[in-house]
Each structure stands twice: as structure tokens, then as C-alpha cells.
Ligand binder design. Structure first.
Ligand code: ADP
Ligand code: MG
Length: 389
């Protein structure tokens, strides 16, 4: 789960990580009031969306005084912000952060995340802050410095000092920098984060170390331990179909293709996506209805796929084990009756009660083509959805 910058900065404050003073607003009037309260000469108005690169996309404006804040807020609120991370369709801005502008001397990058190859948390810094870190990693990997954290000991003092040293910090900055790294690690562990990033982490003109940006992602599997974090979720930022799927307890991820895929079991879902690709087409989604799905779950999953306008054909691939084929067929028939099925549907059924399942489908009066096997299913669906790509 992701949260907004203004929410991440509130959490930073709780863990004594210094951030600029500011507050969130949803209207230009509220933005003006915040600006008047801040009373700073220069302030920043920042679009709050779950994507980085807002600066480049025109979502961050430095202005003077409450009236300019009001105008900038009016321009940013409601805009469709396109950044390299939002994709071409962009994201509508509904909230802004109004905060004091803090002039700075240098900007660094700081990140903490899990390295899945090492099975360890890794804290990373780079003096090439403010830039897109993926670009730095690609073009100047020598400018990224890492400390691998042993879970038995946590982030050790010498590691924090190494990182601060890499950023050229000495004296008071070395001390406040290492304290910041330790606080960030405490936050990460205490809140079950999966990624924390500060880009840029700056040294202000008055020599303070300050987080100008803040990004936190949380481990969804640990959210049950943090109800106050779950409440920070902004449903506007979620894909509407993914949101609906989450409500239905379905494992659904939207992809770029045009073949809807409905499968029971994550492994089979992966294999189905592979075989769709091999047939020259592309899946529109990953959907695992669950090995133990019932007719109702199948129906809801099918409805979500059918409400995706990009879907030009649907491949249903079910292995009847815990979910028997006849139960599954009932679910599909139920869903097909409720939703208007305008696209061709190919079904491959295998396993327990296959015959009964097929009979139900045949007798339903609905149009499905039944595939002999997985390869046949993928070829059929690829041909229907506009042939090879
Ligand atoms: P994004 O990463 O989405 O582009 P940032 O929060 O990093 O958004 O802001 C973009 C840039 O705007 C920063 O790199 C920094 O130069 C400037 N900026 C952001 N907040 C402030 C601030 N409070 N004071 C001064 N400059 C800021
Ligand atoms: Mg940034």
C-alpha cells in the first residue's frame, strides 16, 4: 500500500525525521489559509498523487505569499498530472501540500528497502539526489552506496556513519545524518514498510538536513497490525477494478493487454499468462480466483474482467480440484446472465467433475467455446482478439 507525501511526512515527524513545515489542502481557499498561517516568504505547492516525477510534470510550484499560493493551488488542484511514473493517462490531483520552501545547498537520495536477492534490508544513499534514481542506477551505479542490514543487529552505527561519509557529511551534519538514518530504520521496522525513499534529502543553506520529499510503501501482508496505517489509503489512487477486486477478496492485477484471464490458483494464473504471451497476445490482467473459490467468487471475478473495456476476449482456465468444475460452471453462468457478455469467451476445464461442468455450460444457452487443452485455448483466444501481435 502506498500513501501520499503529506501523510509520509506526518509519519516522519513522529520518528523525528525533519521535514519542512506545511499542511494538506483540498481547495485554493484552504491553501491560502495554510500559507497565511505559515507566514513564510517563499512556499511550495505540491500535487499529492501516488507517483514521483511531479516536479517535471508541473505538479510542484514555488511561489511567494498567500495569494500566489491560492493561484498555484487553483492551477494544480483538478489538473490531470502526467509524470513518467503515472503513464500517459496521468492522475487527477485532488489534494495538495502547502509547505515552506527551504533553499538548499546539496541534494542527496536516501532509500531503504528489501533486497530480495540478499534477503536483507538495504539502506542506500547517493549524492546524485533530486534525479531519477533508476537513471542514476543505470548511468552512474558508482554513485550509489549501500549498506546491507543484518536483521540480528539492525542498522549499526558504523553503517550509518559510512553512509553519511559517502555524502561528505562531517561534524554536526554527520551526527544529525546518522540519527536520521537510524530513525528511518526504526520507522521502517515499526510500521512494516516495504520501501522508504527520500529524494531529495537536502542540506539547507543553514546546514540542516531535511527531507524535502517523502515516499513510503507498506507491506500489505502486515497491514492488519497497523489499522491506523490502513486508514491512510486513498481509494482515488487505486485502479477502480483493482479496488473492486480487493473488496471481493480476489487476487487481481491489471496489465496492459487485451485478453482477460480468469484462473484458479496463482501458479496456473502465471502459466496461463505465459501461454497467452506465447500465442502472440497479451493478458489484460492477472486474476487468481483462489484454489478454493466458490461459484460466487468466480462470478465476481468474471464480472470484473467483463467490466474492463480493453478486454477483447476472455480465457477462462480452471483446474477443478478443491473448486469442482460444475461449481465453477455455475459461477460463470450466473455472472454471464447478470453482465452482458459482448466478447468471445474460451473455456478450458480440467479436473474434478469436468463432464458435469461442461454439460452445465452446454445447457446454459450461453455462447462459450470450449478448448481442448491449454495450447488450443491460448491459440483460440489470441486469434479472436485480433490475431498475432
Ligand atoms: P517529485 O519527486 O515528485 O518530483 P519532490 O517532492 O521531489 O517531487 O519535488 C520536486 C523538487 O521540488 C525537489 O527536487 C526540490 O528541488 C523542489 N522542492 C520540493 N519541495 C521543496 C521545498 N519544501 N522547498 C524547496 N524546494 C522544494
Ligand atoms: Mg522527489
Amino acid at each position: 500500500m502506498k500513501i501520499h507525501e503529506y501523510q509520509a511526512k506526518e509519519l516522519f515527524k513522529r520518528f523525528h525525521i525533519p521535514v519542512p513545515e506545511g499542511a494538506m489542502a483540498e481547495s485554493p481557499e484552504a491553501a491560502r489559509r495554510i500559507a497565511a498561517e505559515l507566514g513564510r516568504e517563499q512556499m511550495v505547492v505540491k500535487a499529492q498523487i501516488h507517483a514521483g516525477g511531479r516536479g517535471k510534470g508541473g505538479g510542484v510550484k514555488v511561489v511567494r505569499g498567500p495569494d500566489e499560493v491560492f493561484t498555484a493551488a487553483g492551477g494544480i488542484l483538478g489538473m490531470n498530472l502526467v509524470t513518467p511514473q503515472t503513464g500517459p493517462s496521468g492522475q487527477k490531483v485532488r489534494k495538495i501540500l502547502v509547505e515552506e520552501a527551504r533553499p538548499y545547498q546539496t541534494e542527496a537520495y536516501l532509500g531503504l528497502t528489501l533486497d530480495r536477492n540478499l534477503s536483507r534490508l538495504v539502506m542506500m544513499v547517493s549524492p546524485a539526489g533530486g534525479m531519477d534514481i533508476e537513471e542514476v542506477a543505470e548511468k552512474h551505479p558508482d554513485l550509489i552506496f549501500k549498506e546491507v542490514i543484518d536483521p540480528r543487529f539492525g542498522l549499526l552505527t558504523f553503517q550509518s556513519r559510512n553512509l553519511a561519509g559517502r555524502l561528505g557529511w562531517t561534524g554536526a551534519k554527520l551526527r544529525s545524518g546518522t540519527a536520521l538514518f537510524e530513525n528511518l530504520y526504526r520507522l521502517f521496522m515499526a510500521l512494516d514498510a516495504s520501501l522508504v525513499e527520500i529524494n531529495p534529502l537536502v542540506v539547507t543553506v543553514d546546514d540542516q538536513i531535511l527531507a524535502l520529499d517523502a515516499k513510503i510503501s507498506f507491506d500489505d501482508n502486515a497491514l492488519y497490525r497497523h489499522p491506523e496505517i490502513s486508514e491512510l489509503e486513498d481509494s482515488f489512487e487505486m485502479d477502480p477494478l483493482e479496488l473492486e477486486a480487493t473488496r471481493q477478496h480476489l487476487n487481481y492485477i491489471r496489465l496492459d493487454g487485451n485478453i482477460g484471464a480468469m484462473v484458479n490458483g496463482a501458479g496456473l494464473a502465471m502459466a496461463t499468462m505465459d501461454i497467452i504471451k506465447q500465442a502472440g497476445a497479451a493478458p489484460a490482467n492477472f486474476l487468481d480466483a483462489g484454489g478454493s473459490a466458490n461459484a460466487d467468487r468466480v462470478a465476481r471475478g468474471f464480472q470484473i474482467i467483463l467490466s474492463d473495456k480493453r478486454v477483447e476476449a476472455v480465457l477462462i482456465n480452471i483446474f477443478g480440484g478443491i473448486l469442482r468444475c460444475d461449481v465453477f460452471a455455475q459461477g460463470v453462468i450466473e455472472a454471464a446472465k447478470k453482465a452482458e457478455v459482448k466478447v468471445p469467451v474460451i473455456i478450458r476445464l480440467e479436473g474434478t467433475n469436468k463432464k458435469e461442468g461442461q454439460r452445465l455450460l452446454d445447457q446454459s444457452g450461453l455462447e462459450f467455446s470450449v478448448a481442448r487443452d491449454l495450447k488450443d485455448a491460448a491459440d483460440k483466444v489470441a486469434a479472436l482478439a485480433g490475431g498475432k501481435k
